[in-house]
Design a binder for this molecule. Structure first.
Ligand code: ACO
Length: 325
């Protein structure tokens, strides 16, 4: 049965120019390169300068994705930006990215699901494209988490970085089976009972300030490894595929130990796992498109490959999407 699919036309990313190593951080708080690498796998992260706002990073990533797709920005009729660090409370970062690209048609909005934001954004754009509500979407994950960090708190400030990535998705006819190119299935979950395990202690509706990131690291770790694999099993079930069919597993890049424990639990071979957390740290909603772009640029992800993306974020929110590239 023929049906519309959201097919990947292009991928792009952008990282701030300043690199901060673990040694740089050890000069600011009581930590060490060894501790950070052993517990998280992170060696360095990019940190935005004041002129590098979330929308600036998002525009550059989107320009790279459009160039990679070989299409003109004026043909985009949907911009979805996943971010928890908008330039302003409003207007949305998506509208600023839209304006930065010179797009005047279609819809643009932000989507906030913290580190799961990019998976939520892909799933949302897919619904627009496969129902005919849009024809070409730019899906952006862009973050400046460095602005939310308490730089005195060694338990959180060593974990995060800034950056942006983007996909161009286009509605194209498919056959309705797992051999189709495009987003084959997506599965989203949330459980707000866990909101106090990972949160920002401010906001326009409460303190009137931006606030700082707070986290109960051990509990996030336990939940990330123990509970999020349900959405991956659902993706396999919905498409009749298995871990062996996957070419690449591109999870949210929070912590090497979480990623490897999840892959092992799912029976996904370690060599199929794309890892960028060592170079980027945790860039929240930007981490998956940054990792996708890294693996496309170095030739690992190729047209026709089966790629699973998966993430968990504050809320908790979590989700998966299975994409035939
Ligand atoms: N440098 C040195 N020592 C540190 C640091 C640091 N940066 N941070 C904490 N410590 C100390 C602690 O104070 C503690 O000392 P103590 O034993 O004297 O009390 C010791 O190291 C062990 O601390 P734990 O919190 O038990 O360390 P753990 O092994 O749990 O690792 C970590 C901490 C890395 C945060 C881990 O819990 C984790 O990865 N959690 C997941 C959180 C995560 O990835 N969040 C990202 C956002 S969520 C998301 O993206 C889904």
């Amino acid at each position: 049965m023929t049906r519309l699919r959201s097919v990947v036309r292009g991928c792009g990313s952008y990282l701030p120019r300043t690199v901060v190593t673990n040694h740089d951080l050890a000069a600011r708080v009581e930590t060490s390169d060894d501790w950070i690498i052993q517990r998280t796998g992170i060696r360095q992260r990019h940190i935005a300068e004041p002129d590098e706002t979330t929308s600036v990073l998002g525009v550059r990533a989107a320009q790279n994705a459009l160039r990679n797709a070989g299409i003109d920005a004026s043909t985009i009729d949907l911009v979805v930006c996943a971010t928890s660090t908008p330039d302003h409370t409003f207007p949305s970062t998506a509208t600023q990215i839209q304006a930065g690209l010179g797009i005047q048609a279609g819809a643009a909005f932000d989507l906030q699901a913290v580190c799961a934001g990019f998976v939520y954004a892909v799933a949302t754009a897919d619904k627009f494209l496969t129902t005919g509500a849009a024809s070409r979407a730019l899906v952006v994950g862009a973050e400046t988490f460095s602005r939310l960090l308490d730089w005195e708190d060694r338990t959180t400030c060593v974990l995060f970085g800034d950056g942006a990535g983007a996909l161009v998705l286009e509605a194209q006819p498919g056959e309705g089976h797992s051999g189709d190119r495009g987003v084959l299935t997506s599965h989203l979950r949330a459980d707000g009972r866990h909101r106090d395990k990972l949160y920002v202690d401010g906001g326009p509706g409460s303190t009137g300030t931006t606030g700082k990131l707070r986290m109960v690291g051990k509990e996030v770790f336990r939940f990330a490894v123990g509970s999020v694999t349900d959405v991956i099993a659902q993706a396999f079930d919905a498409t009749g595929t298995t871990a062996e069919d996957l070419d690449w597993f591109v999870p949210h890049q929070a912590n090497r130990r979480i990623i490897e424990a999840s892959a092992d639990k799912l029976g996904i071979a370690r060599e199929k796992v794309v890892l960028t957390v060592d170079r980027h740290g945790n860039t929240s909603a930007a981490s998956i498109p940054l990792a996708l772009d890294a693996a496309c640029q170095d030739g690992r992800i190729k047209r026709g490959d089966l790629v699973m993306i998966e993430a968990i974020g504050g809320g908790f929110t979590w989700g998966s999407a299975l994409i035939r590239w």
